[in-house]
Ligand binder design. Structure first.
Ligand code: SF4
Ligand code: SF4
Length: 410
C-alpha cells in the first residue's frame, strides 16, 4: 500500500467536491452507452471493429514468425495467461454480473444468525479501506455514486444488452431487460492497483502488455473479495471492473488524481501506471475529496504520449468538448482520443493491447526523491514545465525497453 510522502503535501492540492478538476456541460453530456465502447462494446456489433479482432490472429502469427524481441510465442503466452482470472470461468472484465463480478453472494453464508454489522460511516470507511488494502489494492478512496458516470446500458459478448436503471429495491437485480441498481446504493469504493513500471516499459510488446492483464486478474480477486466482505457484514455490494460505469471520473471524484492528455487517470503515486476497479454499496461511508497536482497544465506543454503513440490516436493542442467519433462522449472538456485508430492498432498492428502512452508519460516513475521534487515543481511552478519535459527526454525516460530483460530476471 502506498502512503503519502511528506513532500506530497507540497504538491497535492485538496479541492472541494463542488470544484473537481474537470468540466462537464450538462446540457450536452449524457450517460455513456457501453455498447459504444471501442475496446470491446463495438466489437459485438460493428463489423469494422470485428474485422480488427479477426485480423489479430493473423498479425500475431506473423509477428511470432518474424522473431522480434518481445513478440515471441512465450511473450504472447505470458500476455494471454496473465488474464486468466479476469477472463475465464465466466468472469469478463467488461461485463456486469458474470463470474467474479456476480451481483449475488458467491461464497457460503456465515454461520449462525448474527445481526448485521452496525457502526458509524467513519468506522465503516476505515473498515472497508482496511479490507481493500488487505485484498491487494494499492490505493483506496471513496466517492458518492454520481449516476451520470454509470453507463446507460450494459452489454455482453453474445451481443445482448440491458438498460441500467435505479429503483427503490432492496438488492441489485438483473432482469430480462434491465440491470436494476437499488437507489440506496450511494457509495463507490474505488481501488487502484499499481502496474509495475519496469514491465510497462516493454510496451507495446505483449511482454509489456502482460502487466495490464495480470493487474486485471488481481482486480478480479479484489472486487469479488471486497464485495463478499460487505455482503458478509449484512449489506449489498456490486463488484465491478470496467463494467457498470466510467472508472476515471469516479476515481477523480474520489481524489485519485486528474485525467491527462493520454486519456488516462494520472495519480500522484504511480502516474498513469495504475488500473482501477470498484465496489458499489449501500453501506454508509464518508467520501474523499478530489485533488489537483498540476497534471492538466503540464499536459498542455508535454505531448510526450502523442509523440510515442504508434497510432497517432492522442490529440495535440488544447482540450475540446467532443471527439472524432461516437465512441467519445461529448460534453466533457478534455483530450478526446481517436479511439478507432487506437483499437485498430491493438488488433491489426500489435495483436495485443498497448500501453505505450503509459510508458511514455513523465508521471510514470518508480517512487523516488528526484521524482517527488519534479512533481513539486510541476504543481507549483509551471514556468519550469518545458524544462522538465526536456529533462525527461534527456534522461531517457519513457522509451521502449528491451523486453528480453523480462526473461533474465530471476
Ligand atoms: S494505447 Fe497505444 S495506440 Fe492507444 S492511445 Fe495509447 S499509445 Fe496510442
Ligand atoms: S505524456 Fe505528457 S501530455 Fe501525455 S499524459 Fe503524460 S504528462 Fe500529459
Amino acid at each position: 500500500m502506498s502512503k503519502a510522502t511528506p513532500l506530497a503535501r507540497l504538491y497535492i492540492k485538496k479541492l472541494t467536491p463542488e470544484n473537481p478538476p474537470y468540466q462537464v456541460d450538462d446540457a450536452i453530456y449524457k450517460r455513456f452507452d457501453q455498447r459504444n465502447n471501442l475496446t470491446v462494446g463495438r466489437s459485438t456489433w460493428d463489423e469494422q471493429i470485428q474485422s480488427y479482432a479477426k485480423r489479430s490472429k493473423e498479425t500475431r502469427n506473423k509477428l511470432i514468425q518474424r522473431g522480434q524481441v518481445g513478440y515471441n510465442i512465450k511473450d504472447y503466452a505470458l500476455f494471454l495467461s496473465s488474464g486468466v482470472v479476469a477472463y475465464r470461468n465466466g468472469t469478463e472484465i467488461n461485463h456486469s454480473n458474470r463470474g467474479l463480478t456476480s451481483w449475488k453472494k458467491l461464497g457460503p453464508e456465515l454461520p449462525g444468525d448474527a445481526e448485521r454489522w452496525e457502526g458509524t460511516p467513519e468506522e465503516a470507511t476505515a473498515m472497508v479501506k482496511r479490507v481493500a488494502r488487505f485484498v491487494g489494492a494499492d490505493l483506496v478512496r471513496i466517492a458518492p455514486l454520481n449516476r451520470r458516470w454509470i453507463f446507460s446500458h450494459s452489454f455482453w459478448s453474445d451481443g445482448s444488452h440491458k438498460e441500467i436503471v435505479f429503483k427503490p429495491v432492496d438488492e441489485p437485480v438483473e432482469t430480462d431487460t434491465q440491470m436494476i441498481v437499488p437507489e440506496n446504493m450511494q457509495w463507490v469504493i474505488m481501488m487502484g492497483t499499481r502496474m509495475d513500471e519496469s514491465v510497462i516499459s516493454y510496451s507495446p510488446s505483449p511482454t509489456g502488455c502482460a502487466e495490464t492483464r495480470i493487474t486485471y486478474s488481481k482486480m478480479a480477486l479484489q472486487v469479488a473479495a471486497l464485495a463478499e466482505f460487505i455482503r458478509g457484514i449484512g449489506y449489498h455490494a456490486i463488484p465491478s471492473m470496467n463494467d457498470l460505469g466510467l472508472n476515471i471520473p469516479f476515481a477523480i471524484d474520489a481524489g485519485f488524481g486528474e485525467q491527462g492528455r493520454n486519456g488516462k487517470l494520472i495519480t500522484p503515486e504511480f502516474g498513469p501506471s495504475v488500473r482501477l476497479c470498484k465496489v458499489v454499496t449501500d453501506l454508509p461511508l464518508v467520501r474523499d475529496n478530489p485533488i489537483r497536482f498540476g497534471v492538466v497544465r503540464f499536459c498542455e506543454v508535454c505531448e510526450k504520449c502523442a509523440d510515442e503513440c504508434p497510432s497517432n490516436a492522442i490529440p495535440r493542442g488544447s482540450r475540446t468538448w467532443s471527439g472524432p467519433s461516437f465512441s467519445n462522449n461529448p460534453g466533457v472538456f478534455t483530450w478526446h482520443l481517436d479511439n478507432e485508430s487506437c483499437r485498430k492498432y491493438w488488433g491489426v498492428g500489435n495483436a495485443t493491447n498497448c500501453t505505450a502512452c503509459i510508458r511514455a508519460c513523465p508521471f510514470t516513475k518508480a517512487p523516488g526523491l528526484s521524482h517527488e521534487l519534479a512533481r513539486t515543481f510541476i504543481s507549483n511552478a509551471p514556468i519550469f514545465d518545458p524544462v522538465l519535459r526536456r529533462l525527461d527526454d534527456f534522461f531517457g525516460y519513457g522509451k521502449q525497453g528491451d523486453a528480453s530483460r523480462f526473461w533474465e530476471k530471476k
